[in-house]
Design a binder for this molecule. Structure first.
Ligand SMILES: [Zn+2]
Length: 70
């Protein structure tokens, strides 16, 4: 019975972690036309300061928080 409870707790923790990761998608990307490179468009995140290049119309849909990189 304790094992089942342990699995349940672990499952809840995983769900919470996944949700908190999804919350990092709250980046607010702004296009920086001066930084464009050919077909690549430069975007800067107003929330965490990350920079990203995309070749599509919209801004990136992920957060690239530099603090979370090694
Ligand atoms: Zn960001």
């Amino acid at each position: 019975m304790h094992i089942v409870l342990g699995f349940l707790v672990a499952f809840v923790i995983v769900v919470l972690l996944t949700r908190s990761r999804a919350a990092t998608r709250a980046c607010r990307w702004r296009e920086e036309r001066s930084g464009n490179r050919g077909a690549l468009r430069k975007y800067r995140c107003m929330a965490c300061g990350a920079e990203a290049f995309t070749s599509t119309d919209g801004p990136p849909d992920t957060c690239r928080d530099p603090n979370k990189r090694g």
